[in-house]
Ligand binder design. Structure first.
Ligand code: UDX
Length: 479
């Protein structure tokens, strides 16, 4: 353990898929004796505080000072009201975050410093590149946690260096070859690079890439054995620290040094009892993460395909934060009646426990990077049904490189009900299903090895800690 108290500040956007890897990084650091403060913008803070209390422990820095090492959670205002729809008005949100949010984060850090809490480093989310300016101003070394796949990083990196090399959305038959990345079609590229996505995302990612020389550590939520070529290729651009998979210790079969979650919604834990009643490897688990909402057509076809599959299913349908009628598709009226006893719908579930449950046969996923890593660690084969941002690229990587599942064919972003049914058959009992299950289990084993003593991710995190505390970590853990 680290002999003196070392504090690290992790800064993240309050989005579930962004907070989760930061929290898991925090848990890893705490297990190695580092005290961690997680700072996030104050949207949904009431719900987050409630769920973190329910799930046990971590105090907010406002009300108590945990006995170090531990994790505490602090909020800074982005200047927008709680009711402001940040998903719908992403441009205003990101701008508010980098102006008012930046000012408030800076004030918060100064309050800590005045209380004699000095940070050995700040690690930030890549969608908040302005944190580098705050760190430089305060003289604190900083690093980034790249929360998506290295494969996706490489696409963005090369896009911002050589945009002309990239096919346009109007050239669906063109291919793109990049070092360390599977050959990509236009439909495999991350949607944020296209003009149909808000330009604020491109601006922010470009800003991040341009600030790379101010960033001392690039931590990535991946590992060499998972993204071998991409990790090698990324390491040729600048030093990186692959420390993934940053997933819940439960998935890795580890004991938690610090329990607790920062969930924005309460999980319906009763679904585990429902799973207990189902035969082994029988249930189709379906979730599209915390942001994506299916259109009416996508919903109709998925429901019909599940109905026709005649298999049990557990489907997470998270109502959108706002304007449900306007944004989301609804289930066909007769669906629940027709699948009675066979299916369970929940608004939010404990995904780690679900994926580790022996009744789960496969995961229909939108290919968010956290869900992808979680299914890899759980050894569950996938049916990829990607939506936007990094998801199409991850789907391509899953099918071409990992080979632990299939990707649904879509037309205008919609998979037909027949395609849903066909994919389920292909992954569960099709001629290649055994091969996919075998791959899934190999990946599960590999992911456990890298975080164990002597594993590559464990060594990388030790190296990072050695550097932030000035070279005494290896000595102090042996004391
Ligand atoms: C976002 C982006 O959409 C995604 O593309 C990017 O890779 C990460 O940020 P999100 O869409 O929420 O994330 O998906 P994902 O990365 O899979 O994260 C969702 C998290 O919520 C996972 O950790 C998952 O375990 C958790 N979850 C999901 C639950 O705990 N319960 C649920 O019912 C559903």
């Amino acid at each position: 353990m680290v002999a003196r108290q070392v504090n690290v500040l992790l800064v993240t956007i309050a989005l579930q898929g962004h907070m989760n890897p930061m929290l898991m990084l925090a848990k890893r650091l705490v297990s190695k004796g580092i005290n961690v403060i997680i700072a996030t913008n104050n949207v949904a803070s009431d719900r987050i505080l409630k769920s973190s209390k329910d799930s046990t422990n971590f105090p907010t820095a406002q009300n108590t000072n945990p006995k170090p090492p531990g994790i505490s959670l602090v909020f800074f205002s982005d200047g927008l009201s709680q009711e402001f729809d940040r998903d719908e008005n992403v441009d205003s949100f990101i701008k508010a975050l980098r102006t008012t949010g930046a000012k408030n984060l800076s004030i918060l850090i100064n309050v800590f410093t005045a209380q004699d809490k000095k940070f050995s480093c700040i690690i930030f989310n890549p969608f908040m590149p302005w944190v580098t300016d705050i760190a430089a101003e305060l003289g604190i070394p900083c690093g980034v946690l790249w929360i998506q796949a290295c494969t996706v990083y490489l696409v963005y990196y090369h896009y911002f260096k050589h945009p002309n090399l990239f096919p346009s959305i109007e050239s669906p038959d063109e291919f793109l070859e990049l070092p360390g990345v599977p050959v990509l079609k236009v439909t495999d590229l991350p949607s944020l690079i296209f003009p149909s996505s808000p330009s604020i995302f491109r601006e922010t990612l470009l800003d991040f890439i341009q600030k790379l020389d101010k960033i001392k550590w690039v931590l990535v939520n991946s590992f060499a054995e998972l993204e071998e070529e991409a990790v090698k290729s990324m390491a040729c651009l600048h030093p990186i620290y692959p420390i993934g998979p940053l997933v819940s210790p439960f998935l890795l079969g580890e004991e938690e040094s610090t329990s607790g979650s920062i969930d924005m919604w309460s999980a319906e834990n009763s679904c585990i009892e429902w799973l207990d009643e189902k035969p082994p490897s029988s249930v189709i688990y379906i979730s599209f993460g915390s942001i994506s909402v299916l259109s009416q057509k996508q919903m109709d076809n998925l429901a019909m395909g599940l109905k026709n599959s005649n298999r049990p299913f557990l489907w997470v349908i998270k109502p959108p934060e706002k304007d449900f009628e306007k944004k989301g598709g609804e289930l066909p009226a007769t669906f629940l009646e027709e699948t009675k006893g066979r299916g369970l719908l929940v608004r939010w579930c404990p995904q780690d426990k679900v994926l580790m449950h022996q009744s789960v046969a496969c995961f229909i996923t939108h290919c968010g990077w956290n869900s992808t890593l979680e299914t890899v660690v759980a050894g569950v084969p996938v049916i990829a049904y990607p939506g936007w941002t990094d998801q199409p690229t991850v789907a391509k990587f899953l099918v071409d490189v990992l080979k632990n599942g299939v990707r649904m064919k879509v037309e205008d972003e919609v998979a037909s009900s027949g395609e849903v049914e066909r994919s389920i058959v292909e992954v569960t009992i099709g001629p290649k299903s055994e091969e996919m299950k075998k791959r899934a289990l190999e990946l599960k084993e590999a992911s456990r090895k890298v975080v164990a003593d002597g594993g590559s991710s464990n060594q990388n995190i030790n190296q990072f800690i050695t550097e932030i505390i000035g070279g005494s970590f290896l000595q102090s853990i042996t004391e």
